[in-house]
Design a protein around this ligand. Structure first.
Ligand code: AMP
Ligand code: GLY
Length: 423
C-alpha cells in the first residue's frame, strides 16, 4: 500500500520511520517532508495547509492512507476535506481537533464532564482580564486560546507581569488571532507527563508515557519551546497513576467528545501534571507530540498501519498495544537563538555516522538540501534518539549519539532526563 504523511518535523520523520517498518507498505510520500525523511519517503513539494492540492495528490497517486502529523492542518479541517473525497485519513476532524485548537473549548469540556484540571476563567476583554488579575493569587498562568506553536502560555509571578502578559496576548496580538480569547488558569505544581492515546471515536488506548522538556535552557530556564528533548517511560507515571488516568481522565475525555457529537479519531495527547492532589490535565493536543513521538514510537512493537486502520475503522478494542521493555531518550539539537531568531543554511556533518549504529536514530526536524549537502533549515534541527535497557543507559546513549553530528551554532540542553536521577 501507499502512505502519505503530512508534515515536516521530527515527529513526521519518526512516524515515517515506523510506517516504513510495516510489511504492508510499499511506498511512502511525505508533504512537504525534509532532508532526513527523503531517505525513506518521496518528499512532495505541497504545503501542509494546501488541503485541496494534497487531496488531489492522494487521488492521483492512489494513496491508500494519509497520516496527518501536524496540528495546524488538523485544526483547519484537512481530515474533512480528505473524507469528503472518499480518501482514507488518520486524524481528528475539525470539530474534534478543536480540543487542541481552542483552550477555552477544552477547559469548558473538562468543567462540564468533571475531568480534573486547573481552575480557570476565560476572557474576551482585556480590561476585564486585568481587573480579575488584580485580585488573583500568584503565580498565575495566562494562555492564548488558539494555536501558538507551544509558546502561547505565560507563567506570571505578580500582577505587573500578568498585566504585561495580557497586553502581549490580547492587545499586541503576539500570537495573532490565537489571542482573541484568554484563559487565566490556576498555577499547578508537580511532575509533568505526556501520554499519547490512540482513539477510534469510542475506544481510547494509551501508549507508554513520556516526559518533555519545554524550556529552552538547562534547569528549565529560558523561554518555552516546542520541546527540547524527551524520555520514555516516565518513572513517575506509576501503575496507580495510570489506573487513575484511565478511569477519570482518558475514558471521560473520549466519552465527552462523543457526547458532544465530536467523535475523536486519531491521537489524543494528554499533557498531565501529577499534582499533590492527583493527576490533572494541563492541555490536550490532537496529534502525536513532538518530540514525544520520537521516544514513544521507537519503543512501540505493533505494526503502526494496523493501529491507524483500527482507529479509522472503529476497531481499536481488538488491538493490544505493545511496547518494548526498554527506555528511550531524545535530545533535540537546535540552532543557536531558537526559539526567538536563528540562522539557517549551515551544513550538518556526521549524519552518516548513524547508519550502522543499532538503537541510535537521528530524526530530522528542520533540515533541507542545498547544493547536494544537508543544511539546517529550522529552529529545532535534529532529534537524536537512542534506546537502552533502562532510562540511564538510554540517556547516556543519546548524549553519546549527539557527538556524532556537528553544525555551526548548534545547541542542546545538557540535562535532558535529569529527572530520572530523582526517581
Ligand atoms: P501548555 O501548552 O498548556 O501545555 O503549557 C505549556 C507549559 O506551561 C506546560 O508544559 C507547563 O510547564 C506550563 N503550564 C501550563 N499550564 C500550567 C498550569 N496551570 N500550572 C503550571 N504550569 C503550567
Ligand atoms: N512536545 C509538546 C507538543 O508536541 O506539543
Amino acid at each position: 500500500m501507499k502512505v502519505l504523511i503530512v508534515g515536516s518535523g521530527g515527529r513526521e520523520h519518526a512516524i515515517a520511520h515506523k510506517v516504513a517498518l510495516s510489511s504492508q507498505v510499499d511506498k511512502i510520500y511525505c508533504a512537504p517532508g525534509n532532508a532526513g525523511i527523503s531517505e525513506i519517503a518521496e518528499c512532495v513539494n505541497i504545503g501542509a495547509m494546501e488541503f485541496d492540492k494534497l487531496a488531489q495528490f492522494a487521488e492521483d497517486n492512489g494513496i491508500d492512507l494519509t497520516v496527518v502529523g501536524m496540528d495546524d492542518p488538523l485544526v483547519g479541517g484537512i481530515v474533512d476535506v480528505f473524507e469528503s473525497k472518499g480518501l482514507r485519513v488518520f486524524g481528528p476532524r475539525k470539530n474534534a481537533a478543536i480540543l487542541e485548537g481552542s483552550k477555552a473549548f477544552s477547559k469548558e469540556l473538562m468543567k462540564k464532564y468533571n475531568i480534573p484540571t486547573a481552575a480557570y476563567e476565560t476572557f474576551e476583554d482585556a480590561d476585564k482580564a486585568i481587573e480579575y488579575l488584580e485580585n488573583s493569587n500568584y503565580p498565575i498562568v495566562l494562555k492564548a486560546d488558539g494555536l501558538a506553536l507551544g509558546k502561547g502560555v505565560l507563567i506570571c509571578n505578580n500582577f505587573e507581569e500578568a498585566k504585561e502578559g495580557v497586553k502581549t496576548i490580547m492587545l499586541d496580538k503576539q500570537f495573532g488571532s490565537a489571542g482573541d480569547k484568554l484563559v487565566i488558569e490556576e498555577f499547578m505544581t508537580g511532575r509533568e507527563v505526556s501520554v499519547l492515546c490512540y482513539c477510534d471515536g469510542t475506544n481510547i488506548k494509551p501508549m507508554t508515557s513520556a516526559q518533555d522538556h519545554k524550556r529552552a535552557l538547562d534547569g528549565d530556564k529560558g523561554l518555552n519551546t516546542g520541546g527540547m528533548g524527551t524520555f520514555s517511560p516516565s518513572p513517575f507515571y506509576t501503575e496507580e497513576v495510570d489506573e487513575f488516568c484511565k478511569k477519570y481522565i482518558y475514558k471521560p475525555s473520549i466519552d465527552a467528545m462523543k457526547a458532544e457529537g465530536r467523535d475523536f479519531v486519531g491521537v489524543m495527547f494528554f499533557g498531565l501534571m501529577l499534582t499533590p492532589n492527583g493527576p490533572k490535565v494541563l492541555e490536550y493536543n490532537a496529534r502525536f507530540g513532538d518530540p514525544e513521538a520520537q521516544v514513544v514510537l521507537v519503543r512501540m512493537k505493533n505494526d503502526i498501519v494496523d493501529v491507524f486502520n483500527a482507529c479509522i475503522d472503529g476497531t481499536l478494542d481488538k488491538i493490544d498495544l505493545e511496547f518494548e521493555d526498554n527506555a528511550a531518550v531524545c535530545v533535540c539539537i537546535a540552532s543557536g537563538g531558537y526559539p526567538v531568531s536563528y540562522e539557517k543554511g549551515f551544513e550538518i556533518k556526521g549524519l552518516d555516522n548513524f547508519k550502522d549504529k543499532e538503537g541510535y536514530y537521528v530524526f530530522h526536524a528542520g533540515t533541507a538540501f542545498k547544493d547536494g549537502k544537508i543544511v539546517t533549515n529550522g529552529g529545532r534541527v535534529l532529534g537524536v534518539t537512542a534506546v537502552g535497557t533502562d532510562l540511564k543507559t538510554a540517556r547516556a546513549n543519546a548524549y553519546d549519539a549527539t557527538k556524532l553530528v556537528e553544525f555551526d551554532k548548534m545547541f542542546m540542553r545538557s540535562d535532558i532526563g535529569k529527572a530520572i536521577d530523582e526517581a
